[in-house]
Design a protein around this ligand. Structure first.
Ligand SMILES: [Cu+2]
Length: 274
């Protein structure tokens, strides 16, 4: 599999990236008994990392809960997204102008793609891992730019472009992925078991950048175009609400939730962190 991939890299203008992508594929086994011993540590690690380990438990009782809703905004003038330089595969990646998506601010200051969580909720509504979180590659952009999902979910990494991409994740609690996705491979499925924020890049197209925000409980939301969010069915209590945005960092604040009521919680960022 690896050898065939490497063959296809010949003549590729970006052969280095292509070969690095191929290195993620299984090669022909060549080692003897020593292989098993050498791979024991990674096997044990893989088993340890394979099961979700976090404190959340579904409540066995019906929740008469409350909600938190609000808006995430940026103070001042909205920055204009910078155009990206398309240096490869222009026939596909250059179908439309691409812009840096690391901070998407609407005309009225609403920030899209910020993730709102309640990390300290340990019991409440059912925790359902998703079976098919869509994460597509379209015109050499990740769609969505930020995908949020509960730990244990399976991500369907789609390749609508039909060209070689490479899913390279930067993670600390989950195994890092470095998977070639040639044009003919329209889908790769991966299960992500541990809560953390994971940066996703493509070694074939260095401008591609996306995020997987993996949560430890079912209380999360991603802001829409106008910066709005809503989280429902929260057991009454006082919780820290956390907002994360890739360029602005995090904001936290304590919010009281009452049964049958919606508490407003707006977050305002004053500028890009240094
Ligand atoms: Cu790519």
């Amino acid at each position: 599999m690896r050898a065939a991939c490497e063959e296809r890299c010949e003549g590729d203008a970006n052969a280095g990236h292509c070969l690095r992508a191929c290195a993620a594929l299984p090669g022909t086994p060549t080692a003897g008994d020593g292989t098993i011993l050498r791979f024991w540590p990674s096997l044990i690690l893989a088993v340890l990392l394979a099961s979700p380990a976090f404190a959340y438990q579904d409540s066995s009782q019906a929740i008469y809960g409350g909600a938190i809703s609000g808006r995430v905004t940026l103070a001042g003038t909205a920055p204009k997204p910078s155009p990206l330089a398309i240096t490869k595969d222009r026939d596909v990646c250059g179908r439309k102008p691409l812009y840096d998506q690391s901070l998407l601010v609407g005309p009225d200051g609403g920030i899209a793609g910020a993730v709102v969580t309640l990390p300290a909720v340990v019991s409440g509504k059912p925790f359902k891992a998703e079976s098919a979180v869509k994460f597509d590659q379209v015109n050499c952009e990740y769609v969505p730019h930020v995908a949020a999902f509960p730990a244990g979910s399976t991500v369907d990494i789609l390749n609508s472009d039909g060209i070689l991409h490479n899913i390279h994740t930067y993670s600390r609690k989950n195994p890092a992925l470095n998977l070639a996705q040639p044009g003919f491979k329209r889908e790769i499925q991966v299960t992500i078991n541990r809560p953390e924020v994971i940066h996703v890049e493509c070694d074939a197209h260095n401008w591609m950048s996306g995020w997987w925000y993996v949560t430890g409980n079912p209380y999360y939301a991603v802001t829409g175009r106008s910066g709005n969010f809503s989280i429902k069915n929260i057991p009454p209590g006082t919780y820290t609400v956390e907002v994360w945005q890739e360029k602005l960092g995090r904001q936290k604040r304590s919010v009281a939730v009452k049964a049958g009521a919606t508490t407003k919680a707006d977050f305002r960022f004053s500028g890009v962190r240094r």
